[in-house]
Design a protein around this ligand. Structure first.
Ligand code: ATR
Length: 284
């Protein structure tokens, strides 16, 4: 038996095992299982040993390890280095390679709704790994302007500096909340609004969302966050986080198995696991 691990802490909320195992079964890959491996930050050594064991095929990495694991890997893809976060690890000739499929998942979630990043003016709330992946994906695909809005100013400045070096032609601003009203696309890349705190929104109450905006919440649990519920009331078009989760997982599946990801199977399994988690939150 071979294993693909999911490293993070805590991991009770994750629906990735249901989604990835359904994909493995659909592709008749019966000797591989995707399993949660919840390890706190102080167990980094244990994580690396598990990754280097011969029975390990690769891994997903989530909060809080997406950045701290980077120096322990043998190689990073250019994308993971640029984004500054790893969410997928592959093994090639015994080497651990850190990659990032969040940017692909994010873009794909826009593409399936025919939303094009070219020339878009975008506000991103957050400045962590998810925000960086979204910002890189948008910048690489011709966004005109990105405004980074984050609780901790120093973090948004740091991300803006990195983006500015790589994409000098793109307009960038930091914590300019008043510019929100003229943005085409508004993204929540923070964890605010995630279950169980479903009555919170990352948008301070004094700011309203334009009805012509597209509002995308990377949070997938609940499917309709307060941020999206408020945006919908204003008449804006809304996108939940599930589609991005499915596509980042599909890309990772293809990297590990070198087989085409069964997208429909993954989407169905992820939706079912999410529904079950909402019905039985304590068991999740
Ligand atoms: P991820 O890799 O999922 O992006 P992360 O790097 O820990 O995770 O980033 C989490 C993001 O959510 C950050 O932008 C964080 O803001 P800070 O940089 O100020 O920490 C944001 N965030 C988390 N909880 C928040 C809260 N209660 N209010 C506002 N922002 C919050």
């Amino acid at each position: 038996m071979q294993y693909i691990y999911l490293f993070g802490y805590p991991l009770g909320h994750s629906i990735s095992p249901a989604m990835q195992n359904a994909a493995l079964v659909a592709r008749h890959i019966r000797a591989t299982r995707y399993v949660k491996n919840p390890l706190p930050p102080e167990k980094m050594r244990e994580m690396i040993l598990a990754l280097r064991a011969p029975h390990c095929l690769g891994a997903n990495v989530t909060v809080p390890h997406k950045q701290t694991i980077m120096p322990h890997l043998d190689e990073l893809t250019e994308l993971a280095r640029e984004i500054g976060a790893v969410n997928t690890i592959l093994k090639k000739d015994g080497k651990l390679i850190g990659d990032n499929t969040d940017a692909y998942g994010f873009l794909q979630a826009l593409r399936v709704r025919k939303i094009r990043p070219q020339n878009a003016c975008v506000a991103i709330i957050g400045a962590g790994g998810a925000a960086a992946a979204a910002a890189y994906a948008l910048a690489q695909n011709g966004a005109r302007e990105i405004i980074l809005l984050n609780r901790t100013l120093a973090r948004s400045i740091e991300l803006a500096d990195r983006l500015n070096k790589r994409f000098p032609e793109m307009e960038l601003a930091v914590n300019d909340w008043d510019a929100l009203t003229r943005m085409h696309l508004l993204i929540n890349a923070t964890s605010v609004g995630m279950a169980p705190k479903t009555d919170e929104s990352p948008l301070p109450p004094r700011y309203t969302i334009s009805r012509s905006a597209v509002v995308f919440d990377l949070v997938y649990n609940p499917p309709a966050t307060k941020f999206l519920r408020d945006a919908k009331l204003r008449g804006a078009r809304v996108i939940g986080g599930l589609e991005m989760l499915v596509y980042q997982g599909a890309r990772a599946f293809e990297l590990w198995t070198e087989q085409r990801a069964p997208i429909q199977v993954m989407r169905r399994a992820a939706s079912k696991a999410l529904r079950e988690m909402q019905e039985h939150p304590r068991g999740a």
